[in-house]
Structures are given as C-alpha cells and as structure tokens.
Design a protein. Structure first.
Length: 365
C-alpha cells in the first residue's frame, strides 16, 4: 500500500512534468510565431517599393522619371519637378479642358471650426462621441494642406461650415465635396487627421490619363475600402454626383448613439461597392495601393498583429514610412499630439525644399 504522502508526492511530480511539457509546447509555438513574423516581414519589406503603383496610366507621363520609378511606384525620395499635366476633355467625365492644367481642390473639415462652433461641438457630441477626437485638428493639418495646394497650383478648401449636425461629422464629407464639384476637375478629400508628408509628389501622379477610368479612386486597408482619403472627378461627371447622393441617402447606416465609436459612413461605402453592379464598378471605381496616398501609422494591438500574420504584404504596404505621400492617423489615440509632432518635424523639411526651389509651384499652374 502507498502512503498518502507518497501519493501526493507522485501527483505533484506528474503535474510538474505535465506543466513542463505544456511550457515547452507554448515556447515552441511562440518561437514559431516569431519566426513566421520575421520571415514575412523580410519578404514583405523587399516588395515595399513596388507596391505603390496605381493600376492605370496616370495623367502626366513625366511621372516615370520625376516622381515615380520605372515600375510606376511613387518613390519616397523622388522630387517632382515636371510641368502640370495637360489633358484633353472627354465626353462625360472630363479631365479638364484641352491644354489647360487640371483644376484640383483639396477639401477637408473638422469639428469646432465652422460657424457657431461652440454650439456645433455640443450638437456633434450628442450625436457621436468621435467628434471630440477631430475637434480642432484642422488647426494643425490645415496649414500643411494649404502649403501643398499653393506649391502645386491647387485650391485648398476648409469646408467646416458644411458640417451637418444631424449626423456624425464624418458623413459631412459628402455635402462638402458636392459643394465644390462643379468648380473643379478633381476633388481630393482628406480627413482632418491627415498630413501631406511628401510635398513634392503631385496629385496628378495618381490620376488616370485622359479618356480613361476610374472616376472615383479609393484605397483599401486590411478591413476593406477606407472613406478617409479619396479622389473623385468633379465637373461634367454625372455619375460622380449621383454616387455621392446615393451614399448620402443611406441613412440606415448612420450611427447616432452617443456611445458609438463608428459613424457608419465607411460601412455604407463598403455596402455600396459590395452591392454595385460589376460593370458599374469596373467602369468607375479604381482601387489604388494604400501607400499611394493613404498610409497609416502602426497601432500596436493583438488585432493588428493577427492581420499582419495573415497578410503581411498588405499591412506593410499600408504602413507609413518617410517619403510616403500622405500620412493618415486613423485609429490613433492622442491624434492632436501625434499630428503636432509630425507637423513640427516637417517644418524643417519645408524650409529646405523652399531653399532648394522645389516648393515654388510649377509651370503651367
């Protein structure tokens, strides 16, 4: 017969051995995950410079030698010094009048800037908790957008007065763009939490050549299309105006709850594309690589690590690095502090570019 003490000692020994086996398995699993991430990072980073090319011919063919590499990718260190693109008008969706530079507008807005801003802030806070995240952001990012627009002969539009306080603020991008469509050939919508981080790359570097699609240019992240940064044709594009009106009409997607962390406009956009007739999508919608004009900052989270492990190439293509065209602080906490830091770091680069004459505007603008 075994004594109780002997049985207890045997049980403890068995549990200890089992724990050691499980610990070894866990350690091997963790090491395998680290190796997988490292290999994927190496493989993906070697492709990074080739991933920013838009899958269509761009307006200005000089981009190949000026702002884009031979494969069509926008290069981070390149300096665009060519003339403004000159294109010929086409039937429904014009790229501009013959021999005239494109009329391009950069449009943005933020809460806390429009008429009766104090009242607007209270109304927006009642509609959606996210309004506080964007309040006053354009005070930081607006000068950057204006500087870029002035350097390239574009127009910068602060559309904060078009905020519709009956919906979460991000829905108001739609009436903001609609308000200027007839005045410009292309409208470049940029959320308030974005900065142009490569001031030498022109918008024309991602616009389609004359007579060709698309009419609406979006980017995709790991969850699908993003409604924070996009380009759409303006004057003479009947489909474009119709698309924006349809988007605005999707009221069932509006999230009005004060605790909602989403606004619903991005979900509505995804739904529109998912249910759109394939011929319409092919004729009008273009998906550009994320790094073409909508690069994100890395957010350390388990969700992002899983996304990276599943699709490292897409994650790395979408992550911001020096030289990328646009930085989008999507999902970042303390947006104001992060954007301030980027804006301050960029001020020295701006002074150097101005000293070298690379931000003085372009011929034909």
């Amino acid at each position: 017969m075994f004594s109780p003490r002997g049985r207890n000692r045997g049980s403890r020994s068995f549990v200890h051995s089992l724990f050691k086996v499980r610990s070894v398995r866990l350690l091997l699993l963790v090491l395998s995950a680290i190796v997988l991430l490292a290999v994927n990072f190496y493989r993906s980073s070697t492709w990074r410079d080739k991933d920013c090319a838009v899958p269509w011919h761009v307006v200005n063919t000089e981009a190949t030698s000026s702002g884009i590499d031979s494969g069509g990718s926008i290069t981070g260190s390149s300096i665009w010094s060519g003339h403004r693109g000159r294109v010929t008008a086409i039937s429904d969706a014009s790229n501009g009048d013959n021999d005239e530079p494109l009329r391009i507008a950069l449009v943005s807005m933020s809460t806390g800037r429009g008429r009766d801003s104090a009242v607007a802030r209270r109304q927006q806070a009642a509609v959606n908790v996210r309004s506080a995240e964007f309040s006053g952001l354009l005070d930081v990012t607006g000068p950057n957008k204006r500087l870029f627009a002035d350097a390239h002969g574009y127009t910068y539009v602060d559309a904060s007065d078009h905020l519709d306080n009956s919906r979460p603020a991000s829905w108001s991008k739609i009436p903001a763009v609609l308000s200027v469509m007839d005045q410009y050939d292309w409208i470049f919508w940029l959320d308030a939490d974005t900065l142009i981080t490569n001031l030498t790359i022109p918008v024309e570097a991602v616009l389609p050549a004359r007579g060709s699609a698309p009419d609406l240019i979006l980017t995709e992240d790991s969850t699908g299309v993003n409604a924070g940064v996009w380009l759409i044709r303006g004057s003479n594009c009947r489909w474009c105006r119709s698309f924006l009106m349809r988007w605005w009409s999707m009221e069932s997607f509006i999230r009005r709850g004060p605790r909602d962390t989403k606004s619903g406009d991005n979900d509505a956009l995804k739904h529109m594309l998912a249910t759109m007739d394939s011929s319409e999508r092919t004729s009008h919608i273009g998906i550009a690589p994320q790094c073409a004009f909508n690069s994100y900052l890395w957010r350390g989270s388990l969700r992002n690590l899983v996304r990276y492990a599943l699709n490292p190439r897409r994650m790395l293509t979408g992550l911001w690095r020096p030289g990328d065209f646009v930085m989008h602080a999507a999902g970042i906490q303390n947006k104001m502090a992060v954007l301030h830091r980027f804006a301050e770091a960029q001020s020295q680069q701006v002074q150097q570019l101005q000293k070298e004459g690379k931000l003085g505007g372009r011929k034909g603008a």
